[in-house]
Design a binder for this molecule. Structure first.
Ligand code: IMP
Length: 193
């Protein structure tokens, strides 16, 4: 079976290929010669994931899945949410985005937050959805250098380290993306049987 992962992030492709094994051939956008920017215009992560998967499926004809992730902070009415990648503005750095959150949260004691990943899969004309959530808190300052994005300011519940202080191995076992991806993989493995 061939399945396109509608992402330009080769790290994500490698990660899922390593878990899924050889039964399913995961193709990147580059593999199918899709070089244009895929629209991501919706107000929720699940709709964005579906928009990306539908775009590739309808334009290129492949079975396809796409993901989208957001950090939801309770005290900020679930912002940055779907705007996580560009919270401080278009083309701003992870540092800028984290600094904006830290400033907004400066006087706030209630620091609960969660990361959510949504995956939309379109296979043989049918749509399927998967979601992974990890709860935690927003730290008052950045801690650690591993990972990316908001990792230095997010501490998952049950750990006294930020995501950026945890090893990649531990983060990849517990993260929002791992939880959503594992559901997708279970589903695909059942299809293969
Ligand atoms: P994407 O949908 O996977 O591209 O994620 C959107 C944005 O959410 C990224 O640009 C990051 O700012 C943030 N993000 C996603 N996953 C993580 C993570 O595992 N740790 C920290 N930040 C993340």
């Amino acid at each position: 079976m061939q399945l396109v992962f509608a992402t330009n992030n080769l790290h994500k492709i490698e990660e899922i290929t390593a878990i899924i094994g050889k039964q399913i051939n995961i193709l990147s956008l580059k593999d199918i010669h899709c070089f244009e920017e895929i629209p991501e215009t919706k107000e929720t992560i699940i709709e964005n994931a579906l928009e990306k998967a539908e775009y590739v499926n309808s334009k290129y004809g492949f079975n396809c899945f796409a993901d989208d992730t957001g950090l939801e902070i309770e005290a900020l009415n679930n912002r940055p949410g779907v705007y996580s990648a560009r919270y401080a503005g278009e083309n701003r750095s992870f540092e800028d985005n984290m600094n904006k959150v830290l400033i907004e949260m400066k006087a706030i004691e209630k620091r609960e937050a969660c990361f959510k990943t949504a995956i939309a899969l379109i296979i043989n004309g049918e749509k399927h959805f998967f979601e992974g959530i990890i709860n935690g808190t927003i730290l008052k300052e950045k801690r650690g250098t591993n990972g990316f994005g908001y990792d230095p300011i997010f501490m998952p519940n049950g750990y006294n380290k930020s995501f950026a202080e945890l090893s990649a191995k531990v983060k990849n076992e517990i993260s929002h993306r791992a939880l959503a991806t594992n559901q997708l993989i279970d589903f695909l493995k059942k299809l293969e049987k």
